[in-house]
Every structure is written in C-alpha cells, then in structure tokens.
Design a protein around this ligand. Structure first.
Ligand code: C2E
Ligand code: CA
Ligand code: CA
Length: 398
C-alpha cells in the first residue's frame, strides 16, 4: 500500500517495542498506515511526507514527559487527531489532554492503560477519515441482517433485607460493523429517526431481547429487561397487542419487559399515546420514564401517565457531589416518585460514593459503570457486581 496515499496515517509514539507492535497490528487491521516512533528524536524527525492524520501518544517516554511531545506537535501545527494513553492516574492523563487542547491540538481521546482491544478499536475508528460514512441505506441493511444487537447493562434493585440484587438489565443497541468495530447509538439513532427506520430498529431490538429473556428463563434465571422505545411506536394502537403476541410466542411474562420512554417526548403525548401507554400497563408491561429531569414533563403529566418507574438522568448523578442543590433535587425526585407509587432508578452511577449517597436517599434501583457496563449477553455474568459490594446477583446462573 502506498502509505502517503492512505487517508489514515497513524504515528504510534511508544518506547516499548512489543506494545507499539501490538498497537500497530490493530491499527493496520483497521486500515491505517502506521509508523512507530520509539524515542523523542525519532518523533521529532517523523518521516518526511508521512504527515500523520492521527497520533497515539504514550505519555511516559524515558527522559521526557508527554507534554514535550504535545508541544512539538503544536509547533509543527499538526492537524492530527491525538489520542493520549498512559498507565498514570486518570487525573494526570486528563490534565495532559486539556493541555493539548490549550495548545490548539485536536485531542481525540485520553485513555488509561491497560486499554482493551475493543476500546482501542473504537477510538481508532473514530479518528479514521477514510472510513465509510454511515448512511440510511447501510443502516436499513444492518437492521435487516441483524447487525444491530442489544448489549445488556445490569441494574441493581434494593431487596427486602436492604441488600442489592441484580434482577434487571437495560438493552442498548450496538451496530456491529464488518471490521469488528462497534458503533454506538449516538451515531445512528438520529439517522434512524430521520429515515423512518426507528420502527424496524425497535422491533428488531424487542424481538432479540425477548428471545434472550426466554433463553435466561430456560436456565432458571428470570430477569427483567428494559428496551428504549421510539416515541412513534406510542402512537400506534396495534403496538400493545403485537408486543403481547411476541412475548406469548416466546413464553416470556409481560412484566419481564420494561419499556423506557424518554422524558423529552412526554410533552407530545396525544390521546392515542395515552391509550397505548394505558393498555401496555394494563397488560402488565413495565413503563419507565427515562432521562427524568432533562425534559419538560409537568407534575400533572407525571401523575396522569401510567408510569411505574422514574429514571433520574445521569447528568444529575454526575454533579451530585459538587452541588448541594443537585442533591436536594435528587432527593425530591425520589420522594415524589415513591409517593406516587413508582420505583426510582438512578442512572450513571460511577463511583462508590455516589452509590452510597443514593443508597442513603432510599433510591430503589441503581445503574451505571460502577455496577457494570453494557456488554453482550454472554458476557453479562462477568460484569455484574464485580467489586462494589456483595450483591446477590444473577451471576451464578447466567
Ligand atoms: P439511555 O437510555 O439513557 O441509556 C443509558 C446510556 O448511558 C447508555 O449509552 C449507557 O452506555 C450509558 N451509561 C450507562 N452507565 C453509565 C455511566 O455510569 N456513566 C456514563 N457516562 N454513561 C453510562 P448508549 O448505549 O451509548 O446509549 C445512548 C442512548 O441511545 C440511550 O440513552 C438511548 O436513549 C439511546 N438508545 C440506545 N439503544 C436504543 C434503542 O434500542 N432504541 C432507541 N430508540 N434508543 C436507544
Ligand atoms: Ca434508557
Ligand atoms: Ca437514560
């Protein structure tokens, strides 16, 4: 391959030969032309004409700190997308990341080592210029071919003894590409919405999730799973019956399925929507109001709509520590939801401190990276409740 004709040229800056070669193999497989610089000198004399479009920089090089590398790149007026990586603590890495931005560099990501192959692939794909843009046609094909699949993120629920048990998961769509990379929903939900593809996408997700629930049932593990529902389905009066039929076919109980509807669409509810929601509840499906606190639903709407769960948006959980008012809002939402007979789930729980704060507020359910990241069904047992505390969980059975 002519390196200079390739639109994706990666410079790997790492003094450990074995690591650098490992990274090179992954990047080459994705389609990058790769050069390795294993010293500051090599880095400064980057091969004539190579002109990297991306740089993967290890911040710890012998005798030099990563900052000097960033300064050289800035001096070269490099337009490359820069990924910094290091075994140092997160704060140091993100400081370097910020400094790069101040220097005018295009900082793409800050990664802590060890980096999983999956994360690395994802980040490298994001900085690729030559990669195929996602189109409505390729999305339609992917839905048809079953390349959009659910990953599952565990949720823990407070049990009668005050402990926490994993009995629920949220299904999140992932688009598997031919090269092994995985595209996140932020990159295709709008595309689906604008091209009439949300219905087939949601239908496909629902079917796969129900089949997975049936598989878990057969193993004696009766989990509940939440699926994000496109607002357009809520105006379709045939939807509750179709859904009930799907679950019946796979012998899954209706209350094993929770439908999550983002709060942003609550405002658009029409009489058809109210009818669909009411019929879903009568059929005993779970109904959760998602991203609560970010939309415009009035208390009146909250009271009138037949939801049985509120999910507090993760932006609140993120800021709870630095802001007393946010803590008050979280506590008020939990109290309000529970007084209205709903359960309340906190999203985006990333730290033990957040977990304990939410536990102290009486929150019923918690979900977030602390408890487990979204993973394919077969990996769920390995992520549930690793070292948070002694949750009783579905792990042993899955
Ligand atoms: P959401 O429904 O609010 O889903 C939770 C998102 O937060 C997921 O992102 C999840 O990976 C992420 N998350 C979970 N725990 C944490 C945490 O502790 N920290 C942080 N920073 N993030 C956390 P994801 O999978 O990228 O999904 C993004 C959004 O895309 C979802 O937000 C949902 O609105 C939408 N989406 C996902 N799957 C589907 C689907 O099948 N259909 C529809 N209509 N929308 C979907
Ligand atoms: Ca959701
Ligand atoms: Ca949410």
């Amino acid at each position: 391959m002519n390196h200079f004709a390739n639109p994706d040229r990666l410079l790997i800056v790492d003094d450990e030969r074995i690591t650098a070669e490992f990274l090179r193999d992954i990047a080459s497989n994705l389609g990058f032309s790769v050069r390795i610089a294993d010293s500051f000198e090599r880095f400064c004399e980057a091969p004539e004409g190579f002109n990297p479009t991306a740089v993967l920089l290890d911040l710890q090089m012998p005798g030099r700190d990563g900052i000097e590398f960033l300064k050289v790149l800035a001096k070269q007026k490099s337009e490359a997308k820069v990924i910094v990586a290091s075994g140092m603590d997160n704060r140091t890495i993100s400081t370097a990341h910020q400094l790069g931005m101040v220097l005018g560099l295009d900082m793409a990501a800050a990664l802590q080592k060890p980096i999983s192959v999956q994360t690395l692939r994802q980040e490298l794909r994001k900085v690729m210029q030559g990669s195929q843009p996602l189109t409505a046609a390729s999305l339609a094909e992917a839905i048809e071919a079953g390349d959009i699949q659910p990953y599952f993120q565990p949720k823990v629920t407070r049990d009668k003894n005050g402990g926490w048990t994993c009995t629920e998961v949220e299904a999140l769509a992932r688009w598997h590409q031919a090269d092994g990379s995985v595209v996140l929903p932020v990159n295709f939900i709008d595309l689906a919405e604008n091209n009439g593809l949300l219905k087939p996408l949601t239908d496909s997700m629902l079917e796969q999730v129900v089949i997975q629930l049936a598989t878990w049932n057969a193993r004696g593990c009766k989990l509940r799973a939440a699926v994000n529902i496109s607002p357009s389905l809520l105006g379709d009066c045939a939807f509750p019956d179709e859904l009930e039929w799907l679950l019946k076919r796979h012998k899954v109980d209706n209350n094993q399925l929770i439908l999550e509807v983002t709060e942003n669409v609550v405002i658009a509810y029409t009489s058809a929507t109210i009818e669909v929601l009411s019929r879903l509840r009568v059929k005993d499906f779970g109904l959760a109001i998602d991203d609560f606190g970010t939309g415009y639903s009035s208390l009146e709407q909250l009271y009138r709509m037949p939801f049985d769960e509120i999910k507090i948006d993760r932006s609140f959980i993120k800021r709870y520590q630095s802001n007393k008012d946010i803590r008050t809002i979280i506590e008020a939402i939990i109290m309000l939801g529970q007084k209205l007979g709903m359960t309340v789930c906190a999203e985006g729980v990333e730290t033990q401190a957040a977990f304990e704060f939410l536990e102290s507020t009486g929150c019923d359910k918690q979900q977030g990276y602390l408890i487990g990241k979204p993973v394919p069904a077969e990996e769920l047992s390995t992520v549930i409740c690793k070292d948070v505390s002694e949750y009783r969980s579905a792990r042993a059975i899955l």
